[in-house]
Design a protein around this ligand. Structure first.
Ligand SMILES: *Cc1c(COP(=O)(O)O)cnc(C)c1O
Length: 229
């Protein structure tokens, strides 16, 4: 089932990418939160290597027992006191939403002697319930975070609202893409805008057509989540 779902999702991604005016490559992140390691192993056997988790503890537990060539993405809100557990284990932290958090990542990376790739989370839709910087704050924040030695900004991330309104979704994706173009033109040191992490099971097709380079897909691969575990 997981193997077939992955094939379907990959076909849809390729189709959407063909329609994108940006000609970008798209990386699929299989969001495995709440799912057991056995589900990840099934996806891994089908060739999937990038996996996303939203909780530090769960990522660390799975990291221990699963193959070491898996690329782990932390996609959920990261508390400062948990940074020490993930530095050195993640290929990309998608959810940097404060200077304070970036500074703690810097401190832990310095201690471990490693570098950490991050994305800046932007709250395009201004939803109270969502983390992320306001669009207007992003450039100023990036200028400060870019000064950190071990932390490297690779792009932007957003979570679109849960809605079927495709027009609204497209506007949100387009706004993030335009923001990344504007920031790219500033040529800030230690800052790349090569990654645009946007699109989930319900909206990834539109996100890719609007320029997404990383889609975070859970339900369409692993099925509905059981929120009680
Ligand atoms: C859970 C989650 C996803 C995946 O959502 P689906 O709708 O299951 O594809 C993507 N991004 C983030 C940040 C998530 O927490």
């Amino acid at each position: 089932m997981i193997k077939e779902n992955l094939e379907q999702v990959n076909l849809k991604i390729a189709d959407a990418a063909k329609n994108s005016p940006y000609g970008q490559d798209v990386t699929l992140i299989a969001v495995s939160k709440t799912k057991p390691a056995s589900c990840i192993e099934e996806a891994y056997a089908a060739g999937q290597r990038d996996f996303g988790e939203n909780k530090v503890q769960e990522l660390c537990d799975k990291y221990e027992v699963l193959p070491k060539d898996i690329r782990w993405h932390l996609i959920g809100h990261l508390q400062t006191n948990k940074v020490k557990y993930v530095v050195g284990k993640t290929c990309l932290i998608h959810s940097v939403d404060s200077l304070h958090l970036a500074e703690e990542i810097e401190r832990q990376a310095g201690k471990k002697g490693c570098d950490v790739d991050i994305l800046i989370q932007v709250n395009i839709s201004h939803e109270e319930s969502k983390s992320g910087f306001d669009s207007s704050e992003v450039t100023g924040m990036i200028r400060q975070i870019a000064k950190l030695e071990h932390v490297h900004i690779r792009g932007l991330m957003t979570i679109a609202p849960l809605t079927d309104d495709k027009k609204l979704l497209r506007n949100i994706f387009r706004e993030l893409k335009n923001l990344s173009i504007d920031i790219d033109e500033l040529n800030i040191d230690n800052t790349e805008m090569s990654v645009l992490s946007m699109g989930m099971s319900g909206d990834f097709y539109e996100a890719i057509e609007e320029g997404s380079t990383m889609v975070r897909i859970g339900t369409a691969i692993f099925g509905e989540r059981n929120y009680n575990i």
